[in-house]
Each structure stands twice: as C-alpha cells, then as structure tokens.
Unconditional design. Structure first.
Ligand SMILES: Nc1nc2c(c(=O)[nH]1)N[C@H]1C(S)=C(S)[C@@H](COP(=O)(O)O)O[C@H]1N2
Ligand SMILES: [Mo]
Length: 282
C-alpha cells in the first residue's frame, strides 16, 4: 500500500541526499549517502501498517527492507538521556515523532535504503526512509527522510498528531479474512477460509475462526518470519448445504493477549474489532 501527504512524489538523488542529526545530542552529524557504507547493512522482513487501516482493510503490506540500524547512526551523535522523541522530517516537510525507547529495545528500527532486493522505489521513499517495526507508519516510517531531531514529546508535535491522531502509535493485534470475500458464493463441499493476522513486535501465537455462532476453531498458521511480520492462516471447512453464513476471525499475540472485540474507529490510534465476512453456500 502507499500513503503520502505530498501530491507529487519527491525526487531526490543519492548525490544530493543528506541526513542531518541534531537537537538533544552531544554532536551534530550530517551523513551523505556514501557515509552510510561505514555501517553494517541489515536486511529485515517487516510488515508496515497504516493507522488509518479499518478492520478488514488493505493498508498493510510486507517488505524485505535493507538498510542500517538507527542506533548505529545515532550512536556517533550521542543522544541525551532526556530526549524521548525522534522527530524525523522528510524533504517534503512531512514530520513523524517516534519514541526514542523503541529504537533500542531490540526491535528492528532502521534507515532503509532498499526494498525487496532493489533500491527503494521513488514512491516508497528513495533514497532513504525510516522503518520501525511495531509502530504505525505515521509515527515511524518517514519517506525521503533528511532530518532527525532528538527532542521531547512535551516540546514537539508531528504532522498527524496536530490533526488529532495520538502522539504514540503501537500497532494493535488484528486479523483479516481474505477468503471468502464478502458476499461470495461458495459451492457445497470442502472449502478453505484464509487470511492474515498481525501483532508486530509481539508476534502472532494463534488464530481462531468461528463460523456463525459455533465454537472457535484453531486455524493453521503459516511461517512466522519474525515477530515483525504478519502470518497467513487457513482453516478447512465443509459447506454442507445451501444457506447464508458468517465467518469471524481473531488472533492471539505472543504475550497471550487475545485481539479485542471492542469496536473502535481508526482515530486516534488505530481501529479494533473482529473482522467478519458474510457468504452464501450455493
Ligand atoms: N514523507 C512522508 N512519509 C510518510 C508519509 C507521508 O505522507 N509522507 N506517510 C506515512 C504513513 S501514514 C504511512 S502508513 C507510511 C506508508 O508507507 P508506504 O507508502 O511506503 O507504504 O509512510 C509514512 N511515511
Ligand atoms: Mo499511515
């Protein structure tokens, strides 16, 4: 998926790109693209999610991100202990506030320069963007990033927070049914339900599926590449006779917390609720 505030995609070459690190640091630093080669490159599978994704929505996708650890880039600057926000700015003026503690708590937090084995596509932030696992994109994923300021949540406010969204945006445990589609006609006989579930930075432990008012049944899970990616799920089912049905899904994360059934909207910090799909056996 793709989300931008800019009407046209910024065009920025690797030659002119600079990343300035300043604010509550011991030493201000500016990196050129070539300077990044001094750092160890890492490649990580991370699922990005938008806070505007409604339950059952499509604003979520996976990338194999190549880049450099933000802790490595920040180390040389010397971050002051009382700085709790990394305020990042893109060349188009968009801003993001990321909690400093999320950069060094073991999750992947990187300056990404590649996606799926290629240089970053222009629309995904070429030549460099932020990717921090487990946080919605509006607080973590600055594309065309050129400026990192160490500051504090009680001093600075980023773009979407000024529009009424929460200052902090950890990704909530959610799951989605992709098969069947709403209103789909399913022939009598064996069929398979399937979809995805995510709880980035905690990981998905299990997925359960319920048909109509029946018992929750354990779905089969696809591989967990890491706790930072979604997992595919599937459940075989026998469609015994014609009629209308509803299938519902819920996930449990690796802390044991079950996805909440409470229905909340996307504002201010992400939608919750179980995804259900109505379909017809014919
Ligand atoms: N410069 C810039 N970076 C941005 C945005 C933006 O509008 N401008 N949108 C953010 C939001 S809200 C999300 S969800 C992710 C989406 O990343 P993608 O477009 O690469 O999928 O980028 C984030 N980074
Ligand atoms: Mo977003």
């Amino acid at each position: 998926y793709r989300v931008d505030t800019a009407l046209s995609v910024p065009q920025l070459s690797r030659d002119v790109w600079r990343l300035r690190i300043h604010g509550m640091v011991d030493r201000e630093i500016t990196y050129s693209f070539d300077d990044l080669a001094q750092f160890e490159a890492v490649e990580k599978a991370i699922t990005l999610t938008c806070v505007s994704n409604p339950v059952g929505g499509n604003l979520i996708s996976n990338g194999m991100w190549t880049g450099y650890r933000l802790t490595d880039l920040l180390h040389a600057a010397g971050v002051h202990p009382d700085a709790d926000m990394l305020l990042s700015t893109s060349v188009d003026g968009f801003t993001v506030g990321t909690p400093v503690e999320t950069l060094a708590d073991g999750r992947d937090a990187m300056l990404a320069v590649g996606l799926n084995g290629q240089p970053l596509p222009v629309e995904h932030g070429y030549p460099a963007r932020l990717v921090v696992a487990g946080l919605y994109g509006y607080v973590s994923a600055t594309k065309w990033v050129t400026d990192l300021e160490l500051t504090r949540f009680d001093r600075a406010e980023a773009y979407w927070t000024r529009q009424g969204w929460a200052p902090r945006g950890p990704i909530k445990t959610e799951s989605r049914i992709d098969v069947p589609k709403r209103g789909q006609k399913v022939p009598v006989g064996p069929t398979t339900f399937g979809g995805v579930a995510w709880a980035q930075n905690r990981g998905v432990r299990s997925v359960e599926v319920r048909i109509d008012g029946g018992p929750w049944q354990r779905a089969r899970l696809g591989a967990a590449y890491s706790g930072q990616t979604w997992r595919l799920w599937s459940l075989p089912w026998q469609a015994s006779g014609p009629g209308d049905h509803t299938v519902t899904v819920r996930a449990t994360d690796n802390t044991g917390a079950v996805q909440t059934s409470d229905v909340t909207s996307t504002v201010p910090d992400g939608a919750t609720g179980w995804h259900s799909v109505n379909f017809t056996v014919t």
